[in-house]
Design a protein around this ligand. Sequence first.
Ligand code: 48H
Length: 261
Amino acid sequence: MNTENAVSTAIVRQYSQKLIDHLCVDVAIVGAGPSALVAARYLRKAGVRVAIFERQLAPGGGVWGGGMLFNEVLVQDDAVEILEEFGIGHIPVEDSPGYQTVDSVEMAGGLIFGAVRSGAKIFNSVSVEDIIFKEDRVGGLVINWTTVMRLGLFVDPLTIVADTVLDATGHPSVIMNLAVNKAKIQLKTPTGGIMGERPMWVDRGEESAVESAGEYYPGLFACGMSSNNVMGGYRMGPIFGGMLKSGRKVAELILARRRAE
Ligand code: 48H
């Protein structure tokens, strides 16, 4: 085999095998932002098979840009153990006890590395365009190349079968919207629908991001800004302790649900 052919063959074979191995998983996560990457690592550490589908080329979601492109974020002391789980550095804020600054590039890189090293597979440049919905249960994802979707090409998708789907798509709550609008289901929220994100109130937003992480329909969980939006929580700006804790909490809830079934 010549070298050009060896390179292409190895990549196509390895990618195809990776995709085939993850066409049916325990947990399919939509979006590779901070809450998703934390959830993925804790789920993998418990032996759960996890695949993450991220529509952008670069996983990491909204972490990279810090606050208004100043590439630093804040994390509260009570989420430091999650940073340390991923080996991410942090510096105490001298005049605001209880807070740490974290370089947002280190945070994005560390979260991605920690999730992948735990055995979670990330499929980047893949968009989730629909859900599988059977017998009153969310049963997986419908995926396509982001390029196909952005060009508006008429190309049929493929599917990922999953016991559990985790919506970690951030502010737009893409999967929860699909579930409400296409499957016509009532979510476990006070209104049965998506309540909508409120304006900024850092402390309340941080609380609701964690409180809202959970199961909203059989087979369908949400975390991070997605669950915060679903439950009508406040936004909190470039402070990420809530996102990290939300990811850890949703992993614990998914594990508890799997044990109960
Ligand atoms: C595949 C998709 C699809 C799709 C979207 O927004 P994220 O970083 O998610 P979180 O919730 O872990 O973190 C939120 C945080 O970054 C943030 O925005 C904060 C704290 N805001 C506060 C404020 O006041 O504004 O990541 C979501 C990811 C992104 O990478 C998307 O590209 C991806 O989901 N995604 N992937 N298929 N249909 N939709």
